[in-house]
Design a protein around this ligand. Structure first.
Ligand code: ADP
Ligand code: 5GP
Length: 200
């Protein structure tokens, strides 16, 4: 069985990353979402072990010390990280593993795992981003402003990504994500064993 692809998705908070990934998961069964650890408090409706593993700072620091995290970063005063073991197990099983992570963590993955597919998702405009963040109703006005400032900064630094998806229409954005996955699965490196078997 072919090893799956490691897919990093970043983009401004509120761009629609988790919505696009969830939509793509309704029509593909080869996608697996990596659940991160965070020191952020759960939002109403968020479930421990599903949305995140909610942990305290001392456990987070211990995971960093033990090299249990593939990458980690601080985002608007909270720590976030990707448990490495789960990702590796799923890639081995042939799954496309999606990391929904911010840009500093993405840069770590890009340099440690150069084969990772880097996708940046953006909303059609900053005004639309503000609307979505407000509409989601999970942050107060001050946090929304901090996230928008961070979004503008991230967009300036995103030049190491391979693909950009503009999430205007949700169906189109999730199809774009799926098309990228298909293209990456057809890469020469991924299929060359089949090619070479013809000459045997
Ligand atoms: P992120 O994971 O990037 O922080 P979310 O997936 O939580 O963003 O989406 C933020 C808000 O925008 C949610 O309320 C979601 O329903 C809404 N949203 C996502 N995609 C679209 C879209 N294409 N058009 C309109 N609203 C969207
Ligand atoms: P939120 O608090 O809205 O769930 O996430 C805030 C930001 O943290 C988002 O940009 C999200 O992509 C990012 N994030 C979530 N999990 C991780 C992670 O494991 N590592 C890193 N570096 N960022 C993460």
């Amino acid at each position: 069985m072919n090893r799956g692809n490691l897919i990093v998705i970043s983009g401004p908070s509120g761009a629609g990353k988790s919505t696009v990934v969830s939509r793509a998961m309704t029509f593909r069964n080869d996608i697996c979402f990596s659940t991160s650890v965070t020191t952020r408090k759960p939002r109403p409706g968020e479930v421990d072990g599903v949305d995140y593993f909610f942990i305290d700072q001392s456990r987070f620091d211990e995971m960093v010390r033990n090299n249990e995290l593939l990458e980690h970063a601080v985002y608007v005063s909270n720590s976030y990280g990707t448990p490495a073991k789960f990702v590796e197990e799923q890639l081995e099983k042939g799954m496309n593993v999606i990391l929904d992570i911010e840009i500093q963590g993405a840069a770590q993955v890009h340099s440690n795992k150069p084969e990772a597919v880097m996708i940046f998702i953006i909303p059609p405009s900053i005004d639309e981003l503000r609307k979505r963040l407000t509409g989601r109703g999970t942050e107060n006005e001050e946090t929304i402003e901090a996230r928008i400032q961070r979004a503008i900064q991230e967009c300036r630094e995103a030049d190491f990504y391979d693909y950009i998806i503009i999430n205007d229409d949700l169906d189109k954005a999730s199809e774009d994500l799926s098309s990228i996955m298909n293209a990456e699965l057809c890469r020469f490196e991924k299929k060359k064993d089949v090619l070479y078997s013809f000459g045997k």
